[in-house]
Write a protein that binds this ligand. Sequence first.
Ligand code: PMM
Length: 265
Amino acid sequence: MGVVNVTPDSFSDGGEWFEPSAAIKHGRELLAEGADLLDVGGESTRPGAERPAPAEEIRRVLPVIETLAAEGALISVDTMRADVAALALDAGAVMVNDVSGGLADPDMLGLVAQRGTPYVCMHWRGHSADMQQRAQYGDVVAEVIAELGERLEVIQQAGVDLNRVALDPGLGFAKNADHNWEVLRRLREFGVLGRPLLIGASRKAFLGRLLADEKTGEPRPAVRRDDASAAVSALAAAAGAWCVRAHAVAPSADAVRVARRWGAV
Ligand code: PMM
């Protein structure tokens, strides 16, 4: 899954694709690099981020989705808002990627049920403004699995066909670096939930910290985390992940090919 952030302030590629024409061009490039899906989002979820107004989020993503979907691209819309998701589906998106797992907007699950659309439910404990205060766990893997299991029950009660639901442990969302590494190390345990897994590690801060400059201790800048992101993609695929969300698609696509040829996937 290639990431198309139509935002001025994402941590990973903030502002680079904010103009619709630039975002569309970028989406085409990611498809050429081997993306099977494009994830188009208009709200930054970096820690501390302010939320855009719904009308602004719609203004950002709709023209990009309309154009790329008309060209035959498979588009997921990265949104927590039912109204945005509905318009995105009307514009040709085929999947909803909801980082709140239905918790941010009470209308989201009803919409997904009514439209019969594939849905990504990510583990989430609250909005980005203060989510890192919620990074409190005894056993992070057990708790994230339990909380995702609870979401699956609510999603099913809302009338959504669970066969169309993928799960995501939400690296970096109410999780510190140690939590992220623990989730990755024990990724296979999420198989107990019986749903495909999506992993979004690409360019995240825990990789920047791992690759910090040895002299200054400065984290590696986001745009220089793609080799490490590709390594996570290969290892996640080998551990059974269904999909990896990547800003630079070519390195991850190659890494996953290696994992597959190796026989690890
Ligand atoms: N991470 C971000 C945004 N959307 N969606 C899913 N399903 N999983 C993620 O880990 C995820 C996401 C934040 O990264 P970005 O600001 O670079 O898009």
